[in-house]
Write a protein that binds this ligand. Structure first.
Ligand code: ITT
Length: 238
């Protein structure tokens, strides 16, 4: 864990120890999660909104490549005197669909939505909840990329789980109403389907639990943790 407020250097918020990170995103759900997670580490996250079409999200094979391409474009739009800009790219990778929608999640959500995804999986059902979870296995994955004024630093995170049969809940955003995370053991590691862990939504989707609960499992939180760890290890090496 980095020393509070020291790691990124530069760009402190006046009168505080916070470091400003401009987060390029149009997604309020992502913004809320990043702000909530980084605030206790004394990083002040501010949303950078650019007019529609300013940044082109290329169709590349991996989340890392997409995030790096977005950073390369976005760093030219940092507010005057600012140095740190972050982007995050995430997707839902559904195993029986060979990883679809994956890097196309944003487009899939805007077109077929979660109802369309449920239709694609409608033949994969079982009375046995454990077997159903295995048949409908999926994971959320996230890559966060931070430009620190000199280089890009990456963090990545995964949240394994399964696609529910029916949607439920109106918390969160995107595919949250159809995603049930795997339970976690006391170290925060995911357990196989059907194994009860100390951290559990008890079969509820991310759409049916508060943000604080989603954060315990979240691919985004894991990606942010991995980013902070990477920054910390780079600081130790230098
Ligand atoms: P940006 O402005 O930050 O690019 P976006 O909504 O386009 O926001 P992504 O391309 O990273 O975000 O994510 C693709 C889609 O994947 C997103 O629109 C959601 O539908 C879905 N998704 C990503 N993370 C999710 C999460 O935590 N919960 C539910 N759905 C998520």
């Amino acid at each position: 864990m980095p020393k509070r407020g020291i790691i990124l250097g530069g760009n402190r918020v006046a009168g505080t120890m916070s470091t400003v990170i401009w987060f390029l995103t149009g997604n309020e759900g992502k913004l809320a999660e990043a702000t909530h997670h980084l605030a206790p580490l004394d990083f002040e996250v501010r949303q950078l909104r650019l007019p529609e079409g300013t940044i082109v999200e290329p169709q590349l094979d991996t989340l890392e490549e997409v995030a790096a391409a977005k950073i390369e474009q976005a760093k030219h739009y940092l507010p005057e005197g600012e140095t740190h800009i972050m982007v995050e790219d995430a997707g839902l990778f559904v195993k029986p669909l060979d990883g679809f929608p994956g890097v196309y999640s944003s487009y899939a959500f805007q077109t077929i939505g979660f109802q369309g995804l449920l239709r694609l999986l409608s033949h994969l059902q079982s009375e046995d909840p454990v077997q159903a979870a295995s048949l409908r296995s999926a994971s959320f994955q996230a890559v966060v990329a931070l430009w620190d004024g000199e280089k890009i630093i990456f963090g990545s995170g995964t949240c394994p789980g399964a696609i529910s049969v029916d949607p439920s809940g109106d918390e969160g955003f995107g595919f949250d109403p159809i995603f049930v995370p795997l339970d976690l053991d006391d170290l925060g590691h995911p357990l196989p389907p059907g194994v009860y862990g100390v951290t559990s939504t008890h079969g509820a989707t991310f759409g049916s639990v508060p943000l604080e609960t989603k954060q315990m499992f979240s691919h985004r939180r894991r990606a942010l943790d991995s980013l902070v760890a990477e920054i910390s290890s780079q600081n130790q090496d230098s």
